[in-house]
Design a protein. Structure first.
Length: 318
């Protein structure tokens, strides 16, 4: 995979930063994590399995594998739980992740600049479900960055099962570790902004990486404007510890304008439902999901009494 990444980098706008990306990624992979042996064993097992062609057959990112051993594939992939992003289908195996990523993709895919031939960044990519969709949409190269090592191994597991993988890659990097060069035509930040203590800094960092006239696709939690300009959770939000700010769409528009983005458009606002975020056996036993995060007597509120999850998608240009 690394050799293919180097080759694709050399053919794209990323050629000037490829070495730095690889060096920083190698350092990130040397951390002491007791699960790495288990995750690497899963990859080694999957390398012995049949491979197949990848395509998108909603809701699944589908790998067409003939004569696949569904039971053995499941045993290997189960070593990499929880599977948050997806879903995937590998041969006859349906990997039903916590999130139905196809529903989010449907809300934005027809309203963004075409990705064909573009250099694309997917910030907080998780296991690369959307990164693959970006590559399958024609991106010259789609780079996902995801500091959580498990999700990097999940990406490697899927990549291992694909014949002639598309130009999608995931590296174990944080946004602040990215070289400060304007090399991307399109940047996606989906489900990341509300985890930032300084949302304006996050938006500025995204802008720095975009070429002039490049497009940002921003997807994040929001509140209805009837609740004010923003809510700062005192402790947890929907049982999550690291939600720092829930802004209104007007507040996000103000932030984007202040950072210097133009042509700001609100594409969509959608309430998160148990159809889109759900508990499955692929996220582990006794693992909670959206139903457990809401007030059992009022699904417009979280268990903490705050407005239930509502998500918005914006596009804008540098």
């Amino acid at each position: 995979m690394i050799n293919n990444f180097i080759k694709k980098c050399a053919q794209s706008k990323l050629s000037s930063i490829c070495d730095e990306l690889l060096d920083t990624s190698k350092q990130a992979m040397t951390v002491n994590n007791g699960n790495i042996a288990k995750w690497e064993s899963a990859i080694d097992e999957l390398k012995t399995h049949n491979k197949g062609r990848v395509n998108y057959q909603p809701p699944y990112l589908n790998i067409e594998i003939l004569n696949s051993d569904t039971k053995l594939t499941q045993q290997s992939l189960k070593k990499l739980t929880p599977w948050r992003k997806g879903p995937y289908q590998i041969g006859g195996l349906k990997l039903d992740s916590e999130w139905r990523g196809d529903m989010k993709w449907d809300r934005l895919k027809n309203h963004i600049q075409p990705l064909k031939g573009k250099t694309v960044l997917d910030v907080g990519s998780g296991n690369g479900y959307f990164t693959y969709l970006m590559a399958l949409s024609g991106a010259q190269i789609a780079l996902g960055i995801e500091p959580f090592l498990l999700f990097n191994y999940q990406f490697m597991s899927i990549h291992t099962l694909i014949n002639n993988p598309p130009s999608a890659f995931v590296l174990p990097l944080k946004l602040e570790q990215m070289p400060k060069e304007a090399v991307f035509d399109t940047v996606f930040s989906m489900g990341v902004l509300y985890h930032q203590k300084d949302p304006l800094l996050h938006l500025q960092q995204l802008k720095t990486l975009l070429i002039d006239e490049g497009e940002l696709i921003l997807e994040t939690l929001i509140i209805d404007k009837k609740h004010g300009k923003q809510i700062i959770p005192k402790d947890r939000y929907a049982r999550m510890r690291n939600v720092w700010c829930l802004p209104s769409t007007d507040t996000i528009h103000t932030w984007l304008k202040k950072v210097g983005f133009k042509n700001i458009k609100l594409l969509d606002t959608t309430k998160t439902t148990p159809q889109e975020q759900r508990s499955t056996h692929w996220i582990g036993d006794n693992t909670q999901s959206i139903k457990d995060f809401l007030d059992p007597n009022n699904d417009d509120l979280t268990v903490e009494g705050l407005p239930a999850p509502l998500r918005a998608i914006f596009t804008c240009q540098k």
